[in-house]
Design a protein around this ligand. Sequence first.
Ligand SMILES: [Mg+2]
Length: 257
Amino acid sequence: MTSKFNSVILDIEGTICPVSFVKDTLFPYFLEHLEEYLSKIEFPLGNTTSNLQNAEFAGILDKFPTEYSCGKATLEKYIRELVKNDVKDPVLKELQGYVWKTGYNSGEILAPLYDDAIEAIKHWSVTLSGGLYIYSSGSIEAQKLLLSHVKISKSGHPLNVANLNGLLSGYFDTTNAGSKIQIASYRRILQKIGYGLETESQLKYSSVLFLSDNPAEVEAAIQAGMTSYLVYRAGNREIPHEIQQRVKVITNFAQLF
Ligand SMILES: [Mg+2]
């Protein structure tokens, strides 16, 4: 069935990876290790020689407002408040990224991709003529980190880790493609992966398959001319009945083959 597609573009959370991974693994990991990371830092932050060993971490902390970054206890309380209130703070995002990178690299964090998604990624990497891509609202750096630490659990074998980045042709996030619910973003991606504006190229837009768990993203991709299916996984938000009538829903990538 996928032979009719030349290119495939994948969302991450809720599509190839459980949505609970961020909520139940990444966020708790950050909060559990925050105190330990802060304990390695000398305050006040400006003193670079005392924080030489942890310069990158100290440098990020130094970007928080001075009234909060003046002391360890005040700063820890401030960071926990940001997380608790789900504040979209760019410095917090950078700090979390640093802690998660360290966790991935130490092997403490492994990304639990769905087995059928891993199998499909392997298959597409060798069969698609127009490439396999990721489009996620997480940064490209975060996408690559996640995909380079994928948990592989085969029965009878010890836990294993795989790096899937070598199987991908490229990555898109909100900085190089735009908002995931806007039609223009999908048009931009089509152009960037080689489907131009001329008529014979536009005829090929539907040979590009986009898979996501978000109905608004799927509908934007369809309106841009792509083929797009909604992915429903255990733990995902229920799909409203009227959307199920408009778009095709799959629950396992094996249904595409
Ligand atoms: Mg998603």
